[in-house]
Design a protein around this ligand. Structure first.
Ligand code: SAJ
Length: 418
């Protein structure tokens, strides 16, 4: 099949390459000419496990371009950010992609929307654009992606998939297309239910992380260790509490729940969970303040720019919020993330980032932070805040650090008293 994929980001590019490897001829389209040029020079615009190998194998069946060509099928995989003032989905990129397809669309072709959208968007927003030229038969489906950065390819192949078809024929045609690389089960429903399902999935996770975060705040007040408590609660066969942390980042969990809330006043737990998770950087800011309160002109070092461990993705990362909070308190802030390249202000070595610092704040749970040897660092004051509870705290204390861990109340584990 000749397939045109619009949007060559974290979802569109891996999807294009999987389809190309399955024997389809894929034209990947992006409005960002840097991405197009890079791909046509055989370079990948971002890192993701096994993507490199797949790119090499897909080469003959894949080409990048800045413009859409008439194809048997089109997949829209463009971003749908949250419009910051109104807290509603910004559908501009979906509109541009749909407009571009409408120009070349002919009778009997397939259009798939993968981008995450508020319920009703396929029917009321995308389809009217596609039908503008008076086309009789369009096979249309909404097929939300479900892959997690860091395991994108594995999950795209093995996860079950939902297809929200405009009608049965559309759903069957789209199912055939995805069957060329999906090994998970494919379930069929209507477009609006598929849109709703995707948002429910990400909201479920956001609410559960908010619960873990709330437990961590309560545990700090009650002077207990939330990590030990969660571990014990999770011994219950039907309990699975997630992990607290410095806040929820990434392009999905921190945004998609608001697509459910934007048209309804009934979305109460959803908005509350968002509030709790968004307030975690403020809480980390307070922990930092407390740690350096007796230091004149404090300088702190934030470990991790990526929104979660072992990826180089910085979208919506809580680090930026924590940086701003600390700077507004008059602190100097240094940054260190060895996985993130070309970010202004990112120190090239940990030694440089920690030199003369008054507090290290671990924000991202990268595995390689566990290997840090505190003896190698020339800090001005030996203070450590671990917002993910991943370091060997006794080791850090043994070499003279005051250690504070998110979710652990003072009296039991604070280094001053232990
Ligand atoms: N986080 C916690 N505690 C946890 C788990 C995560 O604080 O116990 C934080 C992470 O550090 C990160 C954020 O939450 O900042 C989100 O990370 P994540 O790993 O939960 O999710 P994403 O955004 O990387 O990917 C999610 C996944 N959705 C779900 O798990 C429901 C993925 O399957 C989706 O495909 C993706 O969103 C998407 O594109 O929607």
């Amino acid at each position: 099949m000749k397939i045109c994929v619009l949007g060559l980001g974290y979802i569109g590019l891996p999807t294009s390459l999987l389809l190309a490897n399955a024997g389809n001829t894929v034209l990947g389209v992006d409005i960002n000419s840097n991405i197009v040029e890079k791909l046509n020079r055989n370079e990948l615009p971002f890192k993701e496990p096994s993507l490199d190998e797949l790119f090499k194998k897909a080469k003959n069946n894949f080409q990048a371009s800045s413009s859409v060509q008439s194809s048997e099928a089109y997949i829209i995989a463009v971003p749908t950010p949250l419009e910051s003032e109104m807290k509603m989905a910004d559908l501009d990129a979906v509109k541009s992609a749909s407009d571009a397809i409408a120009k070349v669309l002919t009778d009997g072709q397939i259009v798939i929307l993968e981008s995450t959208v508020p319920p009703g968007t396929s029917e009321h927003f995308v389809l009217p654009i596609l039908r503008k030229k008076g086309i009789n038969t369009i096979y249309f489906a909404h097929c939300p992606e479900r892959a997690i950065p860091g395991r994108t390819l594995h999950e795209m192949i093995h996860n079950d998939r939902i297809i929200g078809g405009l009608n049965e024929e559309s759903a069957e045609k789209v199912k055939n297309l995805y069957s060329s690389f999906v090994k998970g089960n494919i379930f069929i429903t209507d477009t609006k239910t598929a849109e709703f399902v995707k948002l429910m999935e990400n909201t479920f996770r956001d609410i559960n992380i908010a619960l873990a975060n709330e437990f961590s705040l309560l545990a700090e007040e009650a002077n207990i260790n939330v990590w030990e408590a969660i571990n014990l609660a999770n011994k219950h066969p039907r309990v699975n509490i997630l992990k607290p942390g410095p806040g929820v980042g990434g392009h999905c969990i921190a945004i998609d729940p608001m697509f459910l809330a934007e048209k309804s006043s009934k979305a109460r737990i959803i908005t509350l969970a968002r509030e709790i998770n968004s307030s975690m950087p403020v809480h980390v800011g307070k922990m930092i303040n407390e740690m350096v309160k007796d230091v004149k002109n404090p300088m702190i070092t934030l470990l991790g720019l990526a929104y979660k461990g072992n990826v180089d993705d910085i979208r919506e990362s809580p680090t930026f919020k924590i940086k701003r909070i600390a700077e507004n308190e008059g602190m100097s802030v240094k940054l260190y993330d060895p996985l993130v390249h070309h970010y202004p202000g990112n120190s090239s070595t940990l030694e440089e980032a920690a030199k003369n610092s008054d507090c290290l704040v671990l924000i991202t749970d990268h595995d390689l932070f566990k290997e840090i040897d505190p003896k190698q660092l020339s800090m001005r004051h030996k203070n450590l805040i671990d917002t993910r509870n991943i370091l060997d705290h006794n080791f850090w204390k043994d070499v003279g650090y005051r250690v504070k861990i998110l979710g652990i109340g003072n009296s039991k584990y604070d280094s001053d008293e232990s």
